[in-house]
Design a protein around this ligand. Structure first.
Ligand SMILES: Cc1ncc(COP(=O)(O)O)c(C=O)c1O
Length: 462
C-alpha cells in the first residue's frame, strides 16, 4: 500500500506520484502493470482526477507508458528516462502540454546535432582573435560565405560567389528581404499550391497579390503559369514542399524561359535537397540559368538544426545593388560566434560527414515509418509523399473522422498534424525526424491501435 496522508499540506496527487515513483525506482519491473485508475480510487478513497494527475505526471516524465484500452505500465526505457527526463513543473501542467510522441513534420531528434564537435569548434572560435566588441558584416561573415559558395557549387551546381550570398536568420527573413527589394517593381506573385505557409504569409504581409498554381506529377501546371500575370514565382523544384515531386529538367527549362520572356523572377526554395533517400538530388535550377532570373534560397534547418536559425539567399547580380541600398545596416542579424563556428564546421570537413550521418539516420527512420504504416494499416492508407525530407504524407482510404482521431491521439499524448489539400481533402503529415528509432516504432504502434479503435467505433470493416 502507498503511504497517503490526507492531513498533509502536500497535495494528494503529489504524494501518490512520489510514492509510485519510489516504487518504480526500487521495486517494480519494466513492463509491470499499474493498478487501474478505478482501483486506485476505491483503494485510497481519492478522486479519479487525483489519480489521473499523478499518472499523467509519471507518464510525462517517462516512468510509465500508456497503452490505449490496456492501462498504464512501467516504462521499458526506464533507465534512459531516469537519466534524461527532467522533473516537470506539476502545478502548471495540463493534458495539452504533455506530448509523448510528436509527429511534427519538420524536426530532427535531439541526438542529431553534433554537440561535441560544435563545442570544440566554438571554443576554438572564442579563443581566436575574433573581436566581439564590434558589429559584423551585414551580408554575413565572409569565411562562412566562402564555405557556403564551395558547398553550393559542388553539391547543388549553384552559380555564385561570396558577393551574391546573403546570410539570413531563417527562411522568413530571406523572404522578407526578397519581398522588400521587389515590392516596387512587382505586384503579383504566383505560388505552387499547396505551398509552404510561411512563404505566402510574408508576401501577403507586403501586400503582394497571390496567384495559386496547381502542382501536378511533374511540378507546377505550366499552362496555368503561362496564363498568369505574375512577375515572381515561388517554387520548391527539387522536392515539392507538399507532395515531394521533382520538377524534371524539361519543365525547369520551360519555367526559366517563361521567366526570361516575361522579365520575371523565380524563387527557388531548395530547403531539403540534402535529404534525398532514393536518388541523388538533381542540380538546382539556379545553375541552369546562369544566375539571372533565379533567386536561390537554402537553409541549415533541415540537416543541421532548426534552432540555430541560419539560412541564406543567392541573389541574381541585378538584385544585389537593390539589396545593398535597401539593407545598408552596419550589422548582421546572426550572432558572429555561431557564424564563425559554422564556417569552421564546414571548412574542417564535419559538414560533409554530418550530412552523410543525417541522411543515413533519417532514411532508416523514413523506412521504419513507411514499412510500419503499411504493415499495420495496409489498405487503410495511401502514401502520397515519401522518399525525402523529414515526413511522409498519407491519405486515409477509410471514412474516418480525422479531427476526432486527432483529438483521440491528443488524449493519448500523441500529436499528429492534419493538412488541408483542398476543401474536400485533408491528409496526415507524419514527421519521423524528431524520433529515435525505437520510439518511432512504439509511437506507430499506439497510433495504429487508436486508428483501429476509431474504425471499430464507426463499424468500418477491414
Ligand atoms: C518549404 C520550406 N522552406 C524553408 C524552410 C526552412 O525554414 P527556416 O530556414 O526558417 O527554418 C522550411 C521549414 O520547414 C520549409 O518547409
Amino acid at each position: 500500500m502507498y503511504n497517503i496522508d490526507p492531513n498533509s499540506k502536500k497535495p494528494i496527487y503529489l504524494q501518490l506520484y512520489e510514492e509510485i515513483k519510489k516504487d518504480i525506482q526500487t521495486n517494480l519491473k519494466a513492463g509491470e502493470k499499474l493498478p487501474s485508475i478505478r482501483k486506485m480510487t476505491t483503494d485510497y478513497k481519492i478522486s479519479k482526477n487525483t489519480v489521473q494527475t499523478a499518472y499523467n505526471q509519471l507518464f510525462a516524465e517517462g516512468y510509465i507508458e500508456s497503452i490505449p484500452q490496456s492501462g498504464y505500465f512501467v516504462s521499458e526505457n526506464l533507465y534512459d528516462s531516469f537519466k534524461k527526463e527532467k522533473e516537470v513543473d506539476l502545478e502548471n501542467k495540463t493534458l495539452d502540454d504533455i506530448v509523448k510522441y510528436d509527429f511534427y513534420p519538420a524536426c530532427l531528434s535531439a541526438d542529431t546535432f553534433p554537440k561535441k564537435t560544435w563545442l570544440r569548434l566554438y571554443n576554438k572560435v572564442l579563443k581566436s582573435s575574433l573581436n566581439l566588441g564590434v558589429y559584423h558584416n551585414n551580408q554575413g561573415d565572409i569565411e562562412l560565405r566562402e564555405q557556403i559558395v564551395k558547398y553550393l557549387k559542388s553539391s547543388r551546381s549553384v552559380n555564385c560567389t561570396i558577393e551574391n550570398i546573403v546570410l539570413t536568420s531563417g527562411f522568413a527573413d530571406s523572404m522578407f528581404i526578397v519581398s522588400k527589394i521587389l515590392k516596387d517593381e512587382i505586384k503579383k506573385i504566383a505560388f505552387e499550391t499547396p505551398s509552404y505557409r510561411v512563404a505566402k504569409k510574408v508576401f501577403e504581409q507586403h501586400n503582394f497579390e497571390i496567384e495559386e498554381i496547381e502542382v501536378q506529377q511533374n511540378g507546377i501546371n505550366l499552362k496555368q503559369l503561362k496564363k498568369s500575370k505574375a512577375k515572381l514565382l515561388y517554387l520548391t523544384p527539387s522536392h515539392q514542399y507538399f507532395f515531394g515531386v521533382t520538377t524534371p529538367i524539361a519543365n525547369r527549362i520551360e519555367i526559366i524561359n517563361w521567366a526570361k520572356e516575361n522579365n520575371s523572377y523565380i524563387i527557388e526554395d531548395d530547403y531539403d535537397s540534402e535529404l534525398s533517400y532514393n536518388n541523388k538530388p538533381i542540380p538546382a535550377m539556379q545553375g541552369i540559368n546562369n544566375n539571372t532570373q533565379v533567386i536561390y534560397t537554402g537553409t541549415f534547418s533541415k540537416s543541421l538544426s532548426p534552432s540555430l536559425r541560419i539560412a541564406y539567399l543567392v541573389l541574381p547580380v541585378k538584385l544585389l545593388e537593390k539589396y545593398k541600398k535597401e539593407f545598408d545596416y552596419p550589422f548582421s542579424n546572426i550572432p558572429i560566434d555561431i557564424q564563425k563556428t559554422l564556417a569552421l564546421f564546414i571548412k574542417e570537413g564535419f559538414w560533409d560527414r554530418h550530412l552523410r550521418k543525417v541522411r543515413t539516420q533519417n532514411k532508416k527512420k523514413h523506412d521504419i515509418l513507411k514499412e510500419e504504416l503499411l504493415n499495420t494499416m495496409g489498405k487503410d492508407i495511401k502514401i502520397l509523399k515519401e522518399g525525402s525530407g523529414l515526413n511522409i504524407l498519407i491519405k486515409s482510404m477509410v471514412n474516418i473522422d480525422l479531427l476526432k482521431f486527432q483529438e483521440e491521439c491528443r488524449k493519448n499524448y500523441i500529436k499528429i498534424y492534419l493538412r488541408e489539400i483542398s476543401k474536400e481533402q485533408t491528409v496526415l503529415s507524419m514527421g519521423f525526424g524528431g524520433f529515435k528509432e525505437e520510439e518511432l516504432k512504439k509511437a506507430i504502434k499506439i497510433f495504429n491501435s487508436l486508428w483501429q479503435k476509431e474504425k471499430r467505433d464507426k463499424n468500418i470493416k477491414d
